[in-house]
Design a protein around this ligand. Structure first.
Ligand SMILES: *[C@@H]1O[C@H](CO)[C@@H](O)[C@H](O)[C@H]1NC(C)=O
Length: 442
């Protein structure tokens, strides 16, 4: 180090700082005078030290700049670092924070490539027969950042789409409900939203789907599931959780869908009913579940014919990857039906995923509606059988209706995914005590 300093201090100052640097020439004189008056050391020694310090600093800066980010880079350049991975298992992906694209990503033309060979006649038929009004819970902060990306992706597949907010905004045609904003007002907003729908749009649809502005819905699969049921059945579907409400309740984030009869009961009977929470507080989905039970709207089983789920409170990754979430994760304790691991988790006709970032809405749209493995051509499964009310409810679930009780023969004839409530209760208890006994606390 000493040799290094000596060698470099022998270089003329102009070599390093340039001949025109008059400031530099003045600077050492002051230092020399100052140091000289202090301890009387030789000026040249001090210059050597100063040069050494300055050059050492420059050298260190040079080395560190090759291993760390460059502090002199423009801000826009520095931001090109890989995004930090978010490890919270329930929010999940690193794109969650990314804002969606400014411009619409566009569409492929129907006559292009794979689309020219698609046959959507069955989906179109269901769009006429199983009419769905979707409504999205949003707020003024999310109109542009989230709701707009719902509007540009899955919204148009609903028969009608309403964005429920507290402010009218032409960007998303939002509706200004008479509520104040905030997480504590979600319950109030839900009640107002269904009142608005009841007053203005009850005849525009058969089913009424609530989703968040970060929920992605595959509307065709929703119609396929609902095809078996009648809008006059008092029933609703979603991702079923088991605590708080006897028959369970539907996760708010995964979205839930009410039959027309359920909407009527909710607005006419539940909202004025003291069994139903009257103020604006409370968890929206739990309160909804309590109200539904209070007016005898059945919590439906939305699993497919082989028992795989269709409504999901997280992104696909979280359900698909075995052991992705901790065994103690609340979801595994909340879920009404024991979730299977790996591909068994998820129906090929899945309906919804939650915590989908704005960018991921477009990615899912691409994967679901565009990307095709060449040479594999699917035919839609045949339409499922339609159920009568007697097929789906037990006598003590019937509330306002008075159909006959189901007998063992009818039960045997039931569609395999429609296990009756009693069986579910027993299965649930068995499977959960089984899990809790087997799994160590981690
Ligand atoms: C499209 O599918 C329907 C049945 O889903 C069938 O009846 C119809 O013939 C098909 N159209 C074409 C052009 O293949």
């Amino acid at each position: 180090m000493v040799n290094w300093l000596k060698i470099n201090t022998r270089c003329p100052s102009s070599f390093i700082f340039g001949k025109s640097s008059s400031n530099w020439r003045n600077f050492p004189d002051e230092v020399i005078n100052f140091s000289g008056s202090r301890n009387g050391s030789h000026p040249r020694t001090f210059i050597t030290l100063l040069f050494g310090t300055v050059l050492g600093f420059m050298f260190a800066t040079l080395i560190s700049s090759t291993t760390m980010r460059q502090p002199w880079m423009p801000e826009s350049y520095r931001q090109r670092e890989p995004p930090t991975i978010v490890s919270d298992p329930h929010t999940g992906n690193e794109l969650r924070g990314a804002s969606g694209p400014e411009q619409d990503v566009g569409q492929h033309a129907a006559h292009e490539e794979a689309h020219a060979h698609e046959n959507a006649s069955l989906a179109n038929q269901l769009k006429r027969e199983v009419r769905i009004l979707c409504w999205v819970m949003t707020n003024p902060n999310n109109h542009k950042s989230k709701a707009l990306h719902v509007k540009r992706t899955w919204a148009s597949r609903c028969n009608k789409m309403l964005f429920m907010s507290s402010v009218e905004d032409p960007l998303i045609d939002s509706i200004a409900l008479p509520v104040s904003e905030g997480r504590n007002n979600l319950w109030a907003k839900t009640k107002e939203a269904f009142k608005y729908i009841y007053q203005h749009h009850l005849d525009d649809a058969d089913w009424f789907m609530k989703a968040d502005d970060d929920t992605y819905v595959i509307v065709e699969n929703l119609r396929y599931m609902l095809y078996s049921y009648s809008p006059s059945h008092p029933i609703y579907f979603g991702c079923r959780f088991k605590p708080y409400v006897k028959q369970g309740y539907m996760s708010g984030g995964a979205g839930y869908v009410l039959s027309k009869e359920a909407v009527k009961r909710f607005v006419e009977d539940a909202i004025p009913n003291p069994l139903c929470r009257q103020d604006e507080d409370g968890a929206e989905d739990v309160e909804m579940g309590r109200c539904m039970e209070a007016v005898k709207v059945l919590a439906g089983d939305s699993r497919d014919s082989v028992g795989r789920g269709r409504f999901f409170p997280f992104v696909p990754e979280h359900h698909l990857i075995p052991n992705h979430v901790d065994k103690d994760f609340w979801y595994l304790k909340y879920t009404y039906y024991k979730p299977d691991e790996g591909l068994e988790c998820c129906s090929d006709n899945a309906i919804s995923f939650h915590y989908v970032s704005p960018n991921q809405m477009y990615v899912l749209d691409y994967l679901i509606y565009h990307l095709r493995p060449y040479g594999i051509v699917g035919h839609s499964q045949p339409l499922p059988k339609k159920f009568s009310l007697g097929d789906i409810v037990r006598v003590d679930d019937l509330g306002k209706t008075t159909p006959k009780p189901s007998n063992p023969q009818q039960r045997r004839n039931r569609h395999s995914n429609l296990r009756d409530q009693a069986t579910n209760e027993i299965q649930k208890d068995v499977t959960y005590s089984h899990i809790e006994a087997k799994e160590p606390n981690t």
